[in-house]
Design a protein. Sequence first.
Length: 133
Amino acid sequence: NVLKEYYGVNATYRTPNGAEMMLFLSPVSDNSDSQVTRAASSEYFIGETEVRIYRDHYKFVPEDYEKTPEDIAAEAGGHYYISFGADQIEERDIVSADVVLNDVNYTFYFDNAAECTDEMLIQMASELLAAAK
């Protein structure tokens, strides 16, 4: 059964040191309220446009992994996610920023949060908004 179909665009940029920055574009829909209900790590406004930044910790684990009490407590605290299906345990801090413009959700995503400041994300969002005018 198909629950929903939509078109999206993904672009990836690799920095000289190997870190990746991705940009995802997807339509805003009535059912896409997960980002709204999910607490942002920080929020900014550029004019009247909101930029929501998320700094999250991801733990990629094998299918047979059993969550520890520490995992459960960290998940409850927010910004900590366990993703099943990896070959081995790997942990990463990831940062992303969401901007909605003309019914399109733009998500900037860095797989190495240590290399990306909020100021860098705000600058990217500012350039996107300036280009849209």
